[in-house]
Design a protein around this ligand. Structure first.
Ligand code: NCD
Length: 338
């Protein structure tokens, strides 16, 4: 980047980056370049010891992190908390069900009140797309916002834990790189923030062959513009892929005009061992969870040798440690400049 104006414009468009390109909030993978994503993967790799066990550090010692989950979550919320504790942070979980947002308080007022309690970082999951971006625009300088999923829009830490899993479990084991991979994402692409963030991260890391496999009713309009190839049949889309990513079918959509029945869906789009056999012999089977066994994935595949679904959960701790430590360091560099 060659002019100060260009740098300032870039920062307005990208509140998650400092002027020197360091991460200071983590809102989305869009706008981050390949080196920045690789830095997150490298940093996360550094949180495993020689035996592959997670380590503890003091990178967030003395910092207060608040978890604001306005939507349900098991894995994301717990792995964020585990990551915060491994980084030595003081952790506060806001009990949203009993909070004043239920009495009509705005998100902005909730944020400002919690800030007054000396928070250094907020991890937020919200049903409104753009909630994390909005909070980053409202928050006091030096407080970091981490997006733990906003509406249908983005789930950047899920995307990065998926990238770390592909890197550790496939690229390193097969001495290959992202640019040589074929990746299939199956299911409810239309309503999935995981699919959007995964596609973006995979493209930035150089994956050229990204396939989405879904019935037409579960594909967003204009999906071709995402730079992916679209398949309506599993048998065609899965041929020769390295990575299979299943998505949750929202039960609330079953029986609606979008999906006739769970058994019908499983018949056409279920990830079964016969279908996994169409992919490369050591292809990875991934799923962000929560999964519906017998709907989008057969139980024996979910528990089978090629499944890395529980490894994804463990990698989630390392990736969340990495982005929180990086964002806090980015905020500190802003403080030092002020
Ligand atoms: C996903 C989410 O919440 O977006 N799950 C997760 O974070 N592990 C996917 C989903 O709910 O289907």
């Amino acid at each position: 980047m060659n002019s100060i104006k260009q740098r300032l414009d870039a920062q307005l468009a990208q509140p998650q980056l400092t002027k020197s390109g360091a991460i200071c909030h983590f809102i989305g993978v869009e706008g981050l370049d390949r080196l920045q994503l690789e830095n997150i993967i490298d940093k996360a790799m550094g949180y495993f010891d020689g035996k592959g066990r997670l380590i503890n550090t003091d990178e967030l010692a003395g910092k207060t992190v608040m978890n604001l989950f306005f939507e349900n979550s098991t894995r994301t919320r717990t792995t964020f908390e585990a990551a915060q504790k491994r980084l030595g942070a003081n952790v506060l979980n806001l009990d949203i069900a009993r909070s004043s947002t239920n009495k009509g308080e705005t998100l902005r007022d909730t944020l400002w009140n919690l800030e007054a309690m000396s928070a250094d970082m907020f991890v937020v999951r919200h049903s409104a797309s753009g909630a994390a971006h909005f909070m980053a625009s409202q928050v006091t300088p030096n407080v970091a916002i981490i997006n733990a999923g906003d509406g249908w829009h983005a789930h950047p830490t899920q995307a990065m834990l998926d990238m770390l899993t592909i890197h550790r479990e496939y690229c390193l084991k097969h001495s290959t790189t992202f640019d040589k991979l074929s990746v299939a994402i199956i299911g409810d692409i239309k309503h999935s923030r995981v699919a959007r963030s995964d596609i973006s991260a995979l493209q930035t890391l150089g994956v050229k062959d990204i396939r989405v496999i879904a019935p037409k009713t579960l594909l967003p309009k204009g999906i071709e513009r995402y730079g992916v190839s679209v398949f309506n049949k599993m048998e065609e889309g899965l041929a020769g892929v390295d990575i299979i990513i299943g998505l949750r079918i929202q039960n609330e959509r079953i029986g609606s005009p979008l999906l006739p029945s769970t058994s019908e869906y499983f018949k056409h789009y279920g990830i079964t061992d016969t279908r996994v056999a169409l992919a490369k012999p050591d292809a990875l089977v991934m799923h962000p969870g929560p999964m519906n066994r017998g709907v989008e994935i057969a139980s024996n595949v979910a528990d089978g040798e090629q499944s890395v679904i529980l490894k994804q959960v463990n990698n989630g701790i390392a990736v969340r440690m990495a982005v929180m430590a990086m964002a806090m360091r980015g905020q500190e560099s802003l403080r030092n400049l002020a």
